[in-house]
Design a protein around this ligand. Structure first.
Ligand code: ATP
Ligand code: MG
Length: 583
């Protein structure tokens, strides 16, 4: 019980925050409130007109009055429809704007979250929040409050009119209100629980679909379709089962709830009918009274579903705020206009969250305008070391200095603009070759683009494409070959013209000819820049001024290639196969 209260307290806090953040819509809310007030009053006054029709017009054979009252009734409907139309338009305007603003804030947030966040949280979950949960913002900022408000008003109005029409009948009904309320609340809560369960099952389908699309090649190659299909069918089954269960329960619940109304109406018609026969009550009053009873209960039912809806929506908004409140990468810190490219690691240790030490006591000094090769077995921590240079993760121990300034006091956003990266899996947008290149230099002309493409050995290929620079590269660049992707990423770095260049196995997919081109690049275009590259090929390592060898997260050898080859056994072992292949 306590947690329930705490939860609802929390829900109100969350909703309050949402309203506060959307306070720019407050004048629209005021307009909506007035509209709601007027439409509710209009619709609630209809039984009174009907009462007059029966008592004054029909029972007294007054056709002139009947006509007037019917005209009044018609005008009420007309004005009501008009107001509702305008209200709906304003609601859409407010709701959709609020959603768009919230979306934009979330989008900015996901762009600013650190790499460590994405290591911990699966993409599906983030997408689910941004695409699924966001929709309640529309409902909450434009509808829910006014809907609830109008239902509560309707209830108050109905109660007031019942008391006004006949206080004896009102007192008898009043005794029964608490039980009716209890029944309504009980079933409401049950339906909420069951709906939530249904959503959990439904998200199972979502996950199964998403995973299957991403892993489609593996699934088809391995012939695992059967396995995936079975899992999918299982999720479908549980959803259907839960839906049927919910349907059965809803029938039962609505029977119980409408049973309430019928019970009340029976009592009211019984007692009220007796009053009418005794001339203690007019027929029109009795009919109006019972209409208000029905209105009261329908409002109560609707209001209780809104209450449940509000709880559910608050849970969704909480999920959105969770994402929005994640700490962003800091934009503060010293900005450097140009980097010399002096990189120093001093006793740096690092581990990924919840994992054991990945890098331990790393100390090295990379002088400006030199080329450094990082070598080591797979999983030894080479890529991790590169991501530390870019400040993707804070280090646990030790210090990193760029141009003599601690990395922690530099503005990371400004630092990264000065670093060019070709990673193991370079990223491209679902856009054309031109757009993907112009990302780093908006004003680059076609000649300039072809020039850099030529330098990495892609010029001829792009020229021969039917659409040339306007060729789409496919999602994540998947329509390109591995080598083309790396070359394109390289050309992007040339355009970017950074001060430090980081190459993570940039030649892994390239043939010997392309490798020659890259080497030429290192000597010409990238001359005078600080280059840090992870390399698996001896020919690339030979280009470096110094080599750092990593073994299980520690530096095991450091120096020029010739020096290491002459002194380090493990370094010799690293090249054993390649050297014997040449000799
Ligand atoms: N985002 C991550 N979260 C947790 N652990 C990670 C993450 N990335 C890498 N690791 C782990 O850290 C260790 C070092 O990985 P890293 O990618 O630096 O190796 P590498 O030397 O670049 O290997 P390779 O030559 O295969 O690219 C590995 O054991 C890996 O499992
Ligand atoms: Mg790596």
């Amino acid at each position: 019980m306590k947690t329930e209260q705490q939860h609802s307290h929390k829900a109100s806090q969350i909703l309050w925050r949402l309203l506060k953040e959307n306070r720019k819509f407050v004048s629209w809310w005021f307009v909506l409130l007035v509209f709601t007030l007027v439409t509710t009053l209009l619709i609630s006054s209809i039984p009174l007109v009907v009462k007059e029709i029966i008592d004054q017009a029909l029972l007294k054979n007054n056709t002139a009055l009947l006509f007037q009252l019917l005209c009044l009734l018609f005008s009420i409907y007309l004005v009501h429809i008009l107001l509702e139309g305008v209200k709906t338009y304003i609601q859409t305007l407010v709701g959709q704007r609020a959603v768009a603003i919230f979306r934009l804030r979330l989008f900015r947030k996901i762009l600013s979250l650190p790499a460590a966040f994405y290591d911990r949280h699966p993409t599906g979950d983030i997408l689910n929040r941004m695409e699924g949960d966001i929709n309640v913002v529309d409902f909450l900022t434009s509808r829910l409050l006014f809907l609830s408000f109008s239902q509560i008003m309707m209830m108050m109005y109905s109660l007031g009119m019942m008391a006004y029409l006949d206080w004896r009948l009102f007192l008898v009904s009043a005794v029964l209100f608490p039980t009716v309320y209890a029944v309504q609340m009980y079933f409401g809560k049950k339906i909420k629980q069951k709906t939530l369960q249904l959503r959990t099952f439904a998200s199972g389908i979502f996950t199964a679909t998403q995973e299957s699309i991403i892993g489609i090649r593996f699934i088809q190659e391995m012939g695992r379709r059967l396995f995936v299909g079975t899992r999918y069918i299982k999720s479908l089954r549980s959803v259907i089962r839960q839906q049927l269960h919910l349907a059965r329960f809803s029938v039962f619940a609505s029977a119980a709830m409408s049973g309430n109304v019928i019970f009340m109406l029976l009592i009211s018609y019984g007692l009220g009918g007796y009053f009418v026969t005794q001339d203690l009550l007019t027929l029109g009053t009795l009919i109006a009274f019972n209409t208000y009873i029905e209105k009261l209960y329908s409002s109560l039912t609707v209001a209780s579903t809104y209450w449940i809806e509000m709880q559910r929506a608050a849970a969704s908004v909480e999920r959105l705020y969770w994402l929005l409140d994640q700490p962003s990468l800091s934009r503060d810190g010293q900005r450097l206009e140009r980097l010399q490219g002096h990189i120093v690691f001093r006793d740096v240790s690092f581990h990924y969250e919840g994992k054991q030490q990945t890098l331990e006591d790393i100390t090295f000094d990379i002088q400006p305008a030199t080329t450094t090769a990082i070598v080591g077995a797979s999983g030894s921590g080479k890529s991790t070391l590169l991501s530390l240079i870019m400040g993707h993760y804070p280090v646990a121990k030790g210090n990193i200095f760029i141009d003599g300034i601690p990395l922690s006091s530099l503005s990371l956003t400004s630092l990264r603009k000065k670093i060019g990266v070709v990673s193991q899996q370079p990223f491209f947008f679902l856009a054309t070759i031109r757009e993907n290149l112009q990302l780093v230099k908006r004003e680059a002309t076609d000649e300039e683009l072809y020039e850099v493409l030529e330098e990495v050995g892609l010029g001829g290929w792009v020229k021969e494409l039917p659409n040339g620079l306007d060729t789409m590269v496919g999602e994540r660049g998947l329509q390109l070959s591995g080598g083309q992707r790396q070359k394109l990423a390289l050309s992007r770095v040339i355009l970017q013209n950074p001060d430090i260049i980081i190459l993570d196995e940039a030649t892994a997919f390239l043939d010997n000819l392309s490798e020659e081109q890259i080497k030429r690049l290192l000597r010409s275009r990238f001359f005078g820049k600080t280059i840090v590259m992870v390399a698996h090929r001896l020919s690339m390592v030979r280009e470096a001024d110094q080599v750092i060898m990593i073994e299980n997260g520690r530096i095991c050898a450091q120096g020029t290639h010739e020096y290491l080859f002459a002194t380090s056994l493990s370094y010799q072992a690293l090249w054993k196969d390649e050297v014997s292949a040449f000799t």
